[in-house]
Ligand binder design. Structure first.
Ligand SMILES: [Zn+2]
Length: 440
């Protein structure tokens, strides 16, 4: 398992598509552009000032009501799941999705227009290997409304889905391996469907202006209302699989596992995507080198002290073991009984204070930022710490491996990092640290 080697792909050339936005009913055009390796999928709002881009990543998820919305600050991109499903299943790892509105065109409510667009753009194989998430042990998401998603180890990406409407009307089941060919043939044409009782209040509030039988199947009682006949007898479960693929694309890695889904929905899909992303971040921290290499690309104490102004007893980095690309760093700090804080924390029972671990993370992250800004005239100031968790105590004799990863940067102004302290292969503390840059 996990041995299959595949290369990343992007689209061969720019291709565009226009249509109507579901929520505003306005005309929208969407352009698919090639992007470099490890870029992932990003949406770009051409209609806004400065044309902001946003990563199609689960960290940016905002809402999951009826459709999947990502956002950052006040900017939103609604209904990303159909275009993401097509990109992911057709094998596009890196691309920019440029739009002049806050959501992609709804088309006929299926992913067919996006499959056509991707085929029009063609595909280019890139030089870096693809990133996978291999399911190692069962993961699950459950809700009080009867939603259950169980993700099991498998060499392929499979989905076995059961869809059931209100009072279990239109219960359908389908199991498949998700490949580009199967997606194009079996899943992409499946259209959005709604149960009348669910959309009636929205129609009254005029919340779905672009919605019509052109872009959704409406089920009223036992009657199926649509512009053209059903494309598959089990079109509903197929569309549910489409939505799952799109929502799980927010993980940013290809999943190797078997998803058993009962009555899935955007909220549960997003919860699972979040759980996968969390597990992946932990794994990345754990798989970093454990031994301290000699004479490598890291930094020794002397070099660390050239970058950091901190000195004993406040220097919390012994050595930088190495960098991984521009965005990751691993450093090490050996904790001895001679650390001054052990005298009082606590007498006769030495435990390393959690805040000192946060300080260690901040120092390691600032070395990474120093490398990033490539200048010593601007200096990063520690602004905030979020999601800080202390999971295990650290004792004298422990060696802490400190990992920091840059998760967001706004030019030379602001940077966000995710940091972990690891002792004996276990995460002892973690946090999200934010920095701002100021001139020295
Ligand atoms: Zn959908």
């Amino acid at each position: 398992m996990a041995s299959t080697f595949e290369f990343q792909q992007t689209v061969g050339k720019t291709a565009s598509l226009s249509g109507t936005s579901l929520h505003t009913g306005e005309k929208v055009s969407l352009k698919l552009l090639p992007a470099p390796v490890d870029h992932g999928i990003k949406f770009k709002r051409k209609d806004l000032q400065d044309e902001p881009t946003i990563d199609a990543r689960i960290d940016n998820l905002k809402t999951v009501e009826r459709a999947t919305t990502i956002g950052e600050g006040p900017m939103r991109v609604h209904t990303v799941e159909h275009v993401l499903a097509a990109l992911s299943a057709m094998g596009v790892d890196n691309a920019i999705v440029e739009m002049d509105a806050n959501e992609p065109p709804i088309g006929d409510g299926s992913a067919q227009p996006y499959v056509d667009l991707i085929k029009k753009a063609g595909m280019t194989v890139q030089e870096e290997p693809r990133k996978f998430f291999d399911v190692r042990e069962p993961m699950y998401v459950e809700s009080k409304t009867g939603v259950l998603l169980v993700l099991l180890p498998d060499e392929k990406f499979r989905i076995s889905c059961t869809q059931a409407g209100p009072n279990n009307r239109f219960t359908q089941y389908l199991s498949m391996e998700v490949t580009a060919a199967a997606f194009e043939r079996e899943i992409a044409p499946a259209r959005t469907f709604v149960f009348y009782e669910d959309v009636q209040p929205l129609m009254e509030k005029n919340l779905i202006k672009g919605g019509s039988l052109e872009n959704a199947i409406v089920v009223r009682g036992e009657a199926v209302l649509s512009k053209e006949p059903l494309r598959f007898a089990d079109e509903f479960v197929r569309h549910k699989i489409l939505d799952i693929i799109g929502d799980l694309a927010l993980v940013g890695r290809r999943i190797r596992g078997h998803l058993v889904a009962v009555k899935p929905g955007h909220a549960a899909n997003a919860d699972l995507a979040r759980a996968i992303a969390r597990e992946q971040t932990q794994r990345s921290a754990m798989s970093a080198p454990r031994a301290i290499p000699i004479g490598d690309s890291g930094l020794d104490t002397r070099e660390v002290m050239k970058i950091l102004p901190h000195r004993y007893p406040f220097l919390m980095v012994d050595r930088v073991i190495g960098f991984e690309g521009e965005n990751k760093i691993t450093a090490v700090k050996s904790i001895t009984i001679n650390e001054p804080f052990f005298q009082g924390h606590f007498p006769g029972h030495p435990v390393m204070p959690g805040v000192m671990q946060v300080e260690a993370m901040a120092q390691v992250a600032s070395i990474l930022l120093f490398k990033l800004t490539k200048t010593s005239s601007r200096v990063g100031y520690f602004m905030s710490a979020d999601q800080v968790k202390f999971r295990k105590p650290v004792f004298p004799g422990d060696t802490i491996f400190i990992h920091a990863e840059l998760t967001r940067a706004r030019g030379n102004r602001m940077a966000k990092t995710k940091c972990y302290c690891v002792v004996n292969d276990a995460v002892v503390s973690e946090g999200e640290l934010m920095f701002t840059f100021l001139d020295k």
